[in-house]
Design a protein around this ligand. Sequence first.
Ligand code: SF4
Length: 324
Amino acid sequence: MSTSNAILKVKDLKKHFPKKEGIFNRTKNYVRAVDGVSFEINEEETFSLVGESGCGKSTTGRSILRLHEPTSGEILYSGKNILDYTKRDFRKVRKDLQMIFQDPYSSLNPRMTVKNLLLEPLLTHNICSKKEATERIIDIADKVGLSKEQINRHPHEFSGGQRQRIGIARALILKPKIVILDEAVSALDVSIQAQILNLLIDLQKDLKLTYVFISHDLNVVKHVSDRVGVMYLGQMMEMASTASLYSNPLHPYTKSLLSAIPSIDPTDKRERIILQGDVPDPSNPPSGCPFRLRCPNAYDHCAIEKPIYREVESNHWVACHLYN
Ligand code: SF4
């Protein structure tokens, strides 16, 4: 997994949420939302996290920004473990790590103009003069496709796609190095989705950004990613380059996800693999392989021993006994 120019290294990250039960509301168990995830991201690449709802991909993204304080593990940014930082020290690097959410509207104060929404993070981090702030606001608004006139309006005066442009501008105004995009285009119409994706790709090249792209949409992920990690029940099942993962998926879970992508090619004779049952309760995961209760290839040993996540081909990692 080790790569030479990694800007971010996540090592054995865990986020367990206490599960309170009974009349005394005592912690009886833990929801293992993220349960030992490791990956590295190279500068200026797009690394995507995919999986069904509840697989832990969003919690992983939020844990990197300490929006959820991780239970254990390491997050190395520029070689330093940011989980060792005090809240005050973390604020200094937080401007380098930004997030774009699915619904920007909920994070935009409806009473503030776009200009003031963009000014707010600059004032909070106290990083430039008022004159420079104004220049920065006009510059980033222009980069995301908002005019000088539009920045004097309020969020409710914009369409969904334009609001996402405001969300992108707000994330980029601090000149971050890494941007975590959590289902950033999932709520948009398909034609608007394409516009925003193309904008994100252009901004990445222009501003030398590194993206962590979190999505359940495997068509979109194929379009934007350099590498992809597939999560299930808070753990990484497979990780590879986009080309390798889509042309040669190894893990039975990845195969089932890819088989479900709709195709417009009439000659495409792929067989759809329909998974039985639901994702198990993350506070009571199965023994052995986390995927075994739904895996069409499961055999006796899968219930006894957890498969080791290992590199089975160059830069292609998988956690499955079939490849041991
Ligand atoms: Fe399926 Fe067993 Fe592989 Fe798990 S280890 S994915 S249950 S074959």
